[in-house]
Design a protein around this ligand. Structure first.
Ligand code: ARG
Length: 580
């Protein structure tokens, strides 16, 4: 609708330019916003204030001219001038009702698939395999998953890439320890965290061990078969740990999505050679570096990207360059979105610039670092266990489900054990995911069980519960939300109208998530929608409405609300429940 209004306004401006009211060569950015108070219409536009100066007119006078030049449109019932010169647009409620009826009749809720579709690579999760997944990988995994789902829903071709760290120097240490432990290592690998700790201890205490570890990295990277076998076994165990977390989180990631650093090993020499051929390399203390003018440190000294160490080893940046080339050449990506900690922002700016400079990617390919802030504990300090260790993700999820179990059991003693388990899973995991997704990704956030499990406020329990309220209306009526419903929508009561305009905004919100990689906009929207439904539910009787046509209309509004909530939550990776 906002786009539609933008077009109408553009049309009016063109007319005014032709009439000489507006100077030529103006290319204003027409902004249309949702109004807060529906008494002032549904949408507002400040264009008359923006153009008053170049037009040499008072804003309200120009607004008057714009209104006269606006084409008639069935979606708009009225346009008014407000305050210093805002244009307020009132939606035609009949047209709105028809649009929502059409959305209800459509499996895809009336949201057109994008055409042409884009190929979007999503770089997400990407833990380092040396250790078990910890809380730091939670954000990348679930924010990336939500954005991937939204893009798919809108019709893009999404390719998930789990760029796991499976090739760094720490593998020498792990391999040396595996060799030392022999057959026992299999048992010890069950606890990767412990295994890593033990290997590190050996590394620190024995120079002989440390030496062996360094040699093993070189052997591994040179393709030594024994090393590769051990490495493979280690990776298998480690990736199984990750997969267990993904399954537990209901995240759409599988082993097929894993394209770790090691995958690019065969390309790394080529990358360095191509940089060299283009004259981009500088040798610095034996290391191969690229210096780009735009990157300097605080002292204004040039910052290097090191692509090969003096001992011949390659680095994180080299792998990322190879990955970009692969995503361009083989995957033919139009966009690549990196869901990686904000602290790697400089790394990405530098490798993106270098990839473009070296022609590893075509200019039209978009590279976007979707950075996110740190996850802190409830006290606002970095998340740690009581004794200062890193918190394992799996332990955190266990606790979330246990807490949810107690909570749900208290709230609804009628659920049987099976139902309780299922509800506890959806609520517990949903709460952890939603708490993260509902904050702007670039800010740090505090992980707080009490807050995320509250039934009040912008939380998973609140939204899941709101959905069950809609579901119960249909249970009582003996109807299903997805089946064809009789009648048509008529929007009369104020609460019906506001609920309807919220429902009509779903497509636009999803588009924002897709463009900016910000699932919190979808969370805010669903929270608002649930609130609108509440006041509708309290003020507009559904099953006891006097007239049958009103009952039908309200059932339709409820069905579309239920389906929008369900779809929206599913796109965020949350399972809705029929009762809880
Ligand atoms: N493994 C890295 C880490 O844990 C994240 C990798 C992100 N993706 C990438 N293409 N660099 O910090």
């Amino acid at each position: 609708m906002k786009n539609h209004i933008r077009h109408l306004v553009q049309h009016a401006l063109n007319q005014l330019t032709e009439q000489g009211v507006l100077p030529k060569e103006l290319t204003p950015n027409i902004q249309v916003e949702n109004t807060r108070d529906k008494a002032h219409g549904d949408f507002a536009c400040n264009i008359a204030m923006m153009l008053a100066k170049p037009a040499q007119m008072k804003p309200r006078d120009l607004a008057e001219k714009i209104i006269q030049a606006l084409p008639q449109d069935p979606q708009i019932s009225q346009v008014q001038i407000a305050g210093p010169g805002f244009l307020n647009f009132f939606q035609n409620s009949q047209a709105l009702a028809e649009r929502l009826d059409a959305a209800l009749a459509d499996e895809h809720l009336g949201i057109a698939k994008k055409s042409p579709a884009e190929t979007v690579v999503i770089d997400l999760s990407s833990p380092n395999l040396a250790k078990e997944m910890h809380v730091g990988h939670l954000r990348s995994t679930i924010i990336g998953d939500a954005v991937a789902r939204v893009l798919e829903f809108l019709g893009d071709h999404v390719i998930r890439q789990n760029h796991v760290g499976d090739w760094g120097t720490q593998f020498g240490m792990l391999l040396a320890y595996m060799q030392e432990q022999g057959a026992d290592s299999q048992a010890e690998l069950a606890d990767l965290e412990e295994f890593y700790r033990a290997a590190k201890q050996r590394f620190d205490e024995s120079p002989e061990f440390a030496n062996r570890a360094r040699q093993l990295v070189v052997a591994l990277q040179a393709g030594d078969e024994d090393c590769l076998r051990l490495w493979q076994r280690f990776n298998e165990v480690s990736l199984n740990h990750c997969q267990a977390v993904y399954d537990r989180l209901d995240v759409k990631l599988s082993m097929d999505d894993v394209k770790g650093e090691s995958f690019y090993n065969p390309d790394l020499a080529t990358i360095v050679q191509e940089l060299k051929d283009q004259g981009l390399l500088t040798e610095d203390a034996g290391a191969q570096c690229v210096f780009m003018d735009e990157f300097k440190n605080a002292d204004n000294d040039p910052l290097p990207i090191i692509v090969q160490k003096a001992d011949g080893g390659y680095l994180y940046s080299t792998t990322d360059l190879a990955a970009m080339r692969y995503r361009n050449n083989q995957l033919q990506a139009d966009r690549v979105l990196y869901f990686v900690d904000q602290r790697q922002a400089l790394h990405f700016q530098m490798v993106f610039s270098l990839a473009r400079l070296a022609g590893f990617v075509r200019p039209a390919m978009q590279l976007e670092h979707m950075g996110f802030g740190t996850m802190n504990g409830a006290d606002g300090r970095p998340f740690k266990t009581r004794d200062g260790g890193t918190v394992k993700l799996i332990d955190l999820l266990d606790e979330a489900e246990q807490r949810a179990y107690q909570l749900v059991k208290q709230k609804n003693p009628e659920l049987n054990e099976d139902e309780l388990q299922q509800v506890a899973h959806s609520v517990g995991i949903g709460a952890v995911k939603y708490a993260d997704l509902s904050k702007h990704r670039s800010s740090d956030y505090s992980f707080n069980f009490e807050q995320m499990l509250s039934f009040e406020g912008n939380t998973a329990p609140y939204l899941l519960y709101a959905y069950t309220r809609v579901a119960s209306v249909f249970r009582k009526a003996g109807l299903t939300m997805d089946a064809a419903l009789p009648g048509s929508m008529q929007l009369e009561a104020e609460q019906e109208l506001s609920l309807a305009s919220s429902l009509a905004r779903f497509a636009e919100v999803l588009q924002q998530v897709a463009d900016k990689g910000t699932p919190h906009t979808l969370c805010t929207y669903l929270y608002d929608l649930a609130g609108q439904f509440s006041s509708f539910y309290e003020n507009c009787p559904i099953l006891t409405a006097e007239q049958e046509s009103t009952q039908h209309s309200r059932l339709r509004l409820a069905a579309l609300t239920g389906r929008t909530l369900k779809q929206g939550l599913e796109l965020l990776g949350l399972n809705t429940l029929e009762r809880m």
